[in-house]
Write a protein that binds this ligand. Structure first.
Ligand SMILES: [Zn+2]
Length: 226
């Protein structure tokens, strides 16, 4: 602990003059507002996109975070191998919780994980992150039936129906696939508010912010809804 390696979510810019550490401390996290955390995530994606990621020391981060964690956000993102949130937002160990499930849909276990993250562990942002060319979205559009995947895709189906689109409504039409993915993120955000009284109350009180983002596999850009 205590070396001068750059921080992850703080990006070295958010708290000018503050001593840098190798992992987010409780005091640093508690000082940040939900909007500041979202702004830091945007800056991290900008670094990733421009190819100038922080020169971090993972071993120092591991040592600094081993005795406790104070993550700033909890993410809900897809299992897609090309969309790891920590990498595309240039984050470090201990910066965020990340629930990953195909098609980034919420269920009671995931809501419970988010309630733990925010109410008990102090995270201040709930971010649902979808992405372009998502296989789970294509599967829902095609009404794929396969073992346990069938039930999961059923949870995406309402987003397929709710997406108004003037072109061809097919999994071969990437514009439609991406439009459904965006609807799915927005519906998941709404569903989190509706199905978790704990998170809805934290948001009403201004303690947390619940929002969404879409990640573009082609450009590496994250499009935040706020
Ligand atoms: Zn996906």
């Amino acid at each position: 602990m205590g070396s001068t390696t750059a921080l992850g979510i703080l990006g070295g810019n958010l708290l000018p003059g503050h001593a840098r550490a190798d992992a987010l401390t409780k005091a640093q996290r508690d000082r940040m507002s939900p909007d500041q955390i979202i702004a830091a995530a945007k800056r991290g994606n900008k670094r990733f996109r421009s190819g100038v990621r922080k020169n971090r020391n993972c071993l120092n981060e591991q040592k600094a975070s081993a005795s406790g964690q104070y993550p700033a956000a909890v993410l809900l993102s897809c299992i897609d191998s090309r969309a790891p949130a920590e990498v595309i937002m240039d984050l470090g160990l201990g910066d965020i919780f990340n629930c990953r499930i195909a098609g980034n849909i919420a269920n009671p276990d995931i809501l419970g994980s988010m309630e733990f993250a925010c109410k008990l562990a102090g995270a201040k942002v709930v971010l649902v992150m979808g992405h372009t060319a998502c296989g789970a979205i294509k599967g829902a559009i095609d009404n794929v039936k396969l073992g346990n995947l069938t039930d999961l895709l059923d949870k995406i189906e309402p987003a397929v129906q709710a997406t108004s689109f003037s072109g061809e409504r097919s999994s071969k039409n990437y514009a439609f696939v991406d439009a459904v993915a965006r609807t799915n993120v927005q519906m998941t955000v709404d569903n989190i508010r509706k199905s978790s009284a704990v998170l809805a109350e934290l948001e009403r009180g201004g303690t947390i912010k619940i929002t969404g983002a879409m990640y573009n596999l082609d450009t590496g850009a994250l499009d935040f809804f706020v």
